[in-house]
Design a protein around this ligand. Structure first.
Ligand SMILES: Cc1cc2nc3c(=O)[nH]c(=O)nc-3n(C[C@H](O)[C@H](O)[C@H](O)COP(=O)(O)O)c2cc1C
Length: 342
């Protein structure tokens, strides 16, 4: 029973845990090799969200790409990635292998994917980005045509602050969001069940405007927030630190902003409140208490990014803390969602 308290649902995805990786902070496969406790972390996850994938490879932005702030980091990665072809041929098979659940002490890890089964027990959600409205649908179609059924969800990034074309400019334009989401939905091959999540930017006054646009176009879920625009200045050179000047702020400093945006969508959008269109809360989550706050504000699941760079055990500790909290309160993740709204 105890583990079942963690179960939650995002679109067609039944997740055994509300804990997900945040795109860009856990890589897509190769990067996991550098984490000493990657297997223990994977065992805590409800789903794995990949680094952003684009149609063609991207070199990313010039260095520096990450600068620490007092309560988080600024990043200007610029969506560096291998492109869709190499993601499909190199990363996806490795990722499938990496999603192993350790069994009892001493026994070798057991693959979460039974031979012949279509999808991993830890669902893979691929984060996608594009330069034009039309390219999102084309990219989704390309990925879903050659993934051998491995992709359980697509997270549409209409909110990256670190690229010159698209990114945040799509995220604040409800018409563009409607077209992008509709294009991605249309690209899902008939007979396939793929959960479509739209990832929103906090760099906007009223996040319910793009949220409603995504819902009107049929998104299955919303995720929020991506990073906030921020600047760092090199006082010796007397110039901005980043080549693109503005970068993306994440980590503990953004938690109240993310919570506020989850709260607003849950409070003001009937589809969110009824959980027909669930919200995945992101932004500054570093402890199980942070995750509980997001659930109470209206999130159905949460993603953790920057904190994993700092605390390698963060997912393991969060899962343990959540289980204890749920047992102490004799409740479940499903019951907690939105409870702070009364
Ligand atoms: C180094 C880095 C790379 C990121 N890359 C992506 C990305 O490729 N796609 C995306 O949608 N979000 C990306 N993000 C944003 C995160 O997924 C997340 O929305 C944000 O960092 C807030 O969560 P956090 O405070 O837990 O890190 C990136 C964040 C960081 C720090």
């Amino acid at each position: 029973m105890e583990e079942r308290r963690l179960e939650t649902t995002i679109g067609q995805l039944r997740l055994r845990s509300p804990l997900l990786t945040a795109s860009g902070t856990a890589g897509s496969a190769d990067e996991l090799a550098g984490f000493t406790n990657a297997a223990a972390t994977m065992a805590t996850l409800g789903a794995f969200v990949t680094k952003g994938v684009t149609r063609a490879p991207r070199q990313g932005n010039p260095e520096p790409r990450i600068i620490e702030t007092r309560a988080g980091i600024l990043n200007s990665i610029g969506l560096q990635n291998k492109g869709a072809d190499r993601f499909l041929s190199e990363d996806l098979p490795k990722l499938r292998q990496a999603l192993m659940i350790p069994t009892r002490r001493g026994e070798p890890p057991r693959p979460t994917i039974a031979p012949g089964r279509a999808q991993s027990a830890i669902p893979i959600i691929v984060n996608i980005s594009a330069n034009t409205v039309e390219e999102y649908g084309a990219l989704a179609g390309k990925l879903l045509a050659s993934d051998a059924g491995q992709i359980a969800g697509l997270e549409i990034n209409v909110s990256c602050p670190n690229i010159k074309h698209g990114g945040v400019s799509f995220g604040i334009d409800p018409c563009a969001i409607e077209k992008i989401v509709a294009g991605v939905k249309a690209a899902v091959p008939s007979g396939r069940t793929v959960t479509i999540i739209t990832k929103l930017t906090p760099n906007i006054t009223d996040i319910t405007v793009p949220a409603k646009a995504a819902i009107a176009a049929g998104t299955d879920a919303l995720s929020m927030i991506n990073t906030l625009r921020g600047v760092a200045i090199d006082i010796r050179a007397k110039k901005p630190c980043f080549a693109n000047i503005a970068a993306g702020l994440s980590g503990p400093a953004v938690k109240p902003v993310g919570l506020c945006m989850v709260w607003d969508c849950f409070a003001k959008i009937p589809e969110c409140r009824s959980q027909k269109v669930p919200i995945i809360g992101i932004g500054g989550i570093s402890t199980w208490q942070d995750a509980v706050e997001y659930l109470l504000a209206g999130a159905t699941a949460v993603q953790v990014g920057t904190a994993w760079f700092i605390y390698p055990d963060v997912f393991v500790e969060m899962k343990q803390g959540l289980l204890k909290y749920l047992a102490r309160n004799d409740t479940t993740v499903r019951k907690l969602t939105g409870q702070a709204h009364g």
